[in-house]
Design a protein around this ligand. Structure first.
Ligand code: GLC
Length: 478
């Protein structure tokens, strides 16, 4: 272990703590280091706070996590102000900052995507909030917070919003482009894996947190049913290995009716060349996105790692994802763990997919960059799958380079060997991801933090049910 690195990571974490009227309520995304920093990097982002929270919880610093959970919730009232009629009280902000008003008092201003670059909707924020609440309750033993009326209302609000009937025929959730960690146009609209994994994690957590509330039994039953269908659907239709690729390669198309096998009408011609030679026989993974006539074969790291952590994949599938990591180590870990998305898109595809976004040029940032913050999720998923050896190897890769480079936000290049051209230094979730990874390696018991999310809901649909999109509808109607 590199103790200087640990010290340096802790120093950054301490410096990043954001206070509001004397109380610690979050951590800022990055500490300015003299170079150009985007204006909103002084905000506390909900998703960036997650690895900070894991470190705080592991250290028994429960207060700050509790304050954060309350603070985010109180900000919902600002959303009602933006929309005038308060129609979406369940929506939580992507980030918030503390400002000082003319009266000299501190205020908090939230960003619901109404300030964010590209005005993207932070759908993941409310999902992470519920997941983190579940983790906090279980780890701290503080079940009382879940019984607070405001928290109960919020949980119900999130569930009602997410389970509301829409135009969908799948149990997955439909979202616009850039609605999660990849918060730019990257062809991740529709049913991106990361959102589906978080959606599942949210449902399981919410069911557990609302279990003692008799008046919401119907909502809980609906959430349980949806979680089961979602898990089956992800396992059946997002899973890709050589056997499945062969099936898709020989798919019949234009099938109509309830007995169709290729029910999403995926054309074999859409299989990209790279995947055929890249996918090792013993490996497998969940594809990045799925919709009518569309399978995005790219490998998205966080969605796959969360799927392992939240128990969406079976133990066998989790091991196969780890085999993929082992056999394609240079591509998926390289010189800095871990690749966010593999492979990068380039040429015309890049022009159409990103709108010619210079930040997302091939093998940079969201388009095939390497993100040190993913280390915690990789280490946790590897250890859960019995691959402590891979967890150790990845941490060794990060050990010297990352603190020496001052905790860059991301790395560029096919193997991630260049510090990202526009990456911020002193990026807090790079340091907290590293810290939490080390804590896990030292104490496997910390995996228990995720037990709050990793307990399949009761009852539920049989696997075969999900083959039929009508029976996979949340309301059971076809
Ligand atoms: C970038 C990332 C986003 C992150 C934010 C703050 O916008 O894409 O995921 O939350 O920076 O670090």
């Amino acid at each position: 272990m590199n103790s200087e690195a640990i010290e340096s990571a802790y120093a950054l974490l301490e410096e990043s703590i954001m206070t509001f009227r004397g109380e610690p309520v979050g951590t800022v995304a990055a500490i300015a280091s003299g170079d150009v920093a985007a204006e909103n990097y002084h905000d506390c982002f909900v998703r960036d706070f997650v690895p900070s929270a894991l470190v705080f919880l592991a250290d028994g610093r429960y207060d700050i996590v509790r304050n954060f959970l309350h603070t985010v919730l109180q900000l919902r009232s600002q959303h009602q102000r933006i929309h005038g009629h308060g129609l979406e009280p369940a929506v939580l902000p992507a980030s918030f900052r503390v400002t000082r008003g003319k009266d000299g008092r501190e205020h908090i201003r939230a960003d619901f995507g109404d300030h964010a670059i590209g005005r993207v909707a932070p759908v993941d924020a409310m999902l992470w909030w519920v997941v983190l609440l579940g983790i906090y309750c279980r780890h701290s033993g503080d079940r009382e917070i879940a019984a607070e009326p405001e928290i109960q209302r919020a949980l119900r609000g999130v569930l009602e919003l997410m389970l509301r009937e829409g135009f969908e025929v799948f149990p997955t959730m439909l979202v616009p482009d850039g609605s999660f960690m990849i918060d730019r146009r990257m062809g991740v609209y529709g049913h991106p894996l990361e959102i589906q994994a978080l959606f599942y994690g949210m449902l399981v957590s919410a069911v557990d947190l609302l279990r003692d509330t008799p008046e919401v039994h119907e909502l809980i039953a609906l959430a349980e049913k949806r979680a089961n269908m979602l898990r089956n659907y992800l396992q059946l239709f997002y899973w890709l290995d050589m056997e499945r690729l062969n099936e898709i390669h020989r798919y019949r198309t234009e099938e109509f009716g309830s007995s169709s096998v290729n029910m999403l009408n995926i054309y074999p011609e859409s299989i990209p060349e790279w995947v055929i030679d890249w996918l090792p026989h013993r490996g497998g993974y969940l594809v990045g996105n799925l919709g009518p006539g569309r399978m995005d074969f790219r490998f998205f790291a966080l969605g796959n790692l969360l799927a392992i952590l939240f128990g969406i994949t079976s133990h066998h599938e989790s091991q196969r994802i780890m085999h993929l990591y082992q056999d394609r180590w240079d591509d998926l870990i390289g010189n800095m763990p871990a690749k966010l998305v593999f492979p990068a898109v380039s040429g015309k595809e890049w022009i159409f997919m990103t709108g010619s976004d210079p930040k997302n040029v091939p093998w940079s940032y969201h388009n095939g960059g390497n993100w040190p913050t993913l280390l915690w999720a990789f280490v946790a998923a590897a250890m859960k799958s019995g691959r402590g050896d891979l967890a150790q190897l990845a941490t060794d890769v990060a050990d010297h380079a990352l603190p020496e480079a001052k905790w860059p936000e991301y790395y560029d290049g096919r193997r991630g060997n260049l510090i990202g051209r526009r990456a911020h230094l002193n990026q807090v979730w790079s340091a907290t991801g590293y810290l939490f990874a080390h804590k896990l390696l030292e104490n496997e018991g910390l995996l228990d933090l995720f037990a709050a999310v990793d307990s399949p809901p009761r009852g539920g649909a049989r696997q075969g049910d999900a083959r039929n999109p009508s029976s996979a509808r949340p309301d059971g109607r076809g």
